[in-house]
Design a protein around this ligand. Structure first.
Ligand SMILES: Cc1cc2nc3c(=O)[nH]c(=O)nc-3n(C[C@H](O)[C@H](O)[C@H](O)COP(=O)(O)OP(=O)(O)OC[C@H]3O[C@@H](n4cnc5c(N)ncnc54)[C@H](O)[C@@H]3O)c2cc1C
Length: 203
């Protein structure tokens, strides 16, 4: 069991409400910044996103494909529920965007077999923990694991049918399209100025 399984209380503080008419600046147009900006935009916050590169999604998020799968916690703790909820919300967002434009998914379904016996036991315990609904996480024997992925596998595994391999470039562009994104704008300094922040570029 990892240390994260032991966290029982929230480790974050709910932010104070924003002043009326405030604009939030998000620095960085990778998946992290774009998702944060999208979440703010969806609750009606005025948000502007800055990236130093010419297009969004050019940092670590430029990797051509990314595996999206739930993090396997064993204990039903607050941190485990946070991650399970984040996984469900991420999948729902990627599916919603796929319905609106083109599919964000390169492939769907992930079988997690674990690197060794303890890794496999962790995945099995995660499936049994009830953190994800049965539709989202199943423990499959060798025959059903092979059937799920379409190749012969030699170990049982945790099957996450809605997990998958994401086209990160497509995702970044789909998120950016409905946001106020200022590309080619490196932010060099942040200055606190009368309760507001000023973002300063290089020159
Ligand atoms: C090869 C590789 C494979 C990976 N595979 C997976 C995987 O399978 N599954 C998975 O979940 N994750 C994977 N990751 C990790 C994942 O890609 C990153 O965790 C994720 O993309 C990070 O997103 P981010 O928005 O935090 O950062 P980034 O995508 O790096 O975005 C940061 C952005 O900030 C901008 N920026 C930085 N400084 C400034 C500044 N001063 N002013 C303005 N803009 C600035 C940068 O230009 C950049 O666009 C992989 C990463 C790599 C490199």
């Amino acid at each position: 069991m990892g240390a994260m399984d032991e966290i029982e209380a929230p480790w974050f503080r709910i932010a104070d409400p924003l002043p009326k008419g405030a604009t939030v600046a998000v620095i960085g147009g990778g998946i992290g910044g774009l998702c944060a900006a999208t979440a703010l935009d969806r609750v009606g916050t005025s948000v502007r996103l800055y990236d130093r590169l010419k297009t969004p999604g050019g940092g670590a998020s430029a990797t051509p494909a990314a595996i999206v799968q739930p993090r396997a916690f064993v204990k039903n703790s607050v941190v485990a529920r946070f991650h399970a909820d984040a996984y469900r919300r991420a999948i729902a967002l990627y599916d919603r965007l796929s319905d609106l434009t083109e599919s964000m998914w390169l492939a769907r379904g992930v079988l997690a077999v674990g690197r060794d016996d303890s890794g496999a036991a962790r995945h099995e315990a995660f499936v049994g923990s009830g953190l994800l609904a049965e539709d989202d996480a199943q423990w499959l024997d060798v025959a059903n694991s092979s059937r799920a992925v379409g190749v012969s596998v030699c170990a049982p595994g945790a099957w996450f049918p809605r997990a998958g391999c994401l086209d990160t470039g497509r995702l970044c562009m789909a998120l950016a399209v409905s946001l106020d994104v200022q590309c080619g704008t490196p932010i060099k300094t942040l200055k606190s100025d009368g309760g507001k922040w000023r973002l300063l570029g290089g020159d």
